[in-house]
Write a protein that binds this ligand. Structure first.
Ligand code: 5GP
Length: 130
């Protein structure tokens, strides 16, 4: 089954980290303000932050979105959430709270087709999101 954006990543498995801008960040071909790194996960500050703290948490193995995740990705998805919580603690967000968001496809406004969690905090937020 083809999902949105499948054509965008046709060459992704040829390159460690995939073919998106996030692949370049994983390979350190372009710089980013990295705040967390382990064998499987990278966390770095969003280039266009929407709040005082805005960190993107990505798997080093490229998956286009949660809609593309398979059973075998379950451990990796869990690691992303654990990393997001660690980053939130390090960034001082734990006490006041924060939001963890992942956008999927056009209606949600996904613009980079490499799965990422947005960890957003440092200000109050409304619900539902726009
Ligand atoms: P999406 O819209 O796909 O949910 O989120 C993609 C995010 O990636 C956006 O918030 C955007 O600001 C961020 N972004 C796009 N290109 C770069 C980049 O080159 N470096 C960093 N640090 N963030 C980026």
């Amino acid at each position: 089954m083809l999902l949105f954006g499948d054509n965008l990543m046709s060459a992704s498995l040829d390159k460690v980290g995939g073919d998106t801008i996030f692949g370049k960040i994983i390979r350190k071909e372009i710089s980013a303000q990295i705040v967390y790194e382990d064998d499987d996960v990278l966390g770095f500050r969003d280039i266009n932050p929407v709040a005082p703290v805005h960190v993107l948490v990505i798997p080093k193995t490229p998956i286009q979105s949660v809609a593309h995740a398979l059973e075998g990705d379950a451990l990796l998805l869990g690691k992303l959430l654990v990393a997001a919580a660690k980053i939130a603690r390090t960034e001082g967000l734990q006490e006041d709270g924060y939001r963890v968001v992942t956008n999927v496809g056009a209606n949600a406004g996904q613009s980079v087709f490499h799965l990422h969690l947005h960890v957003i905090g440092g200000r109050g937020m409304s619900w539902p999101p726009g």
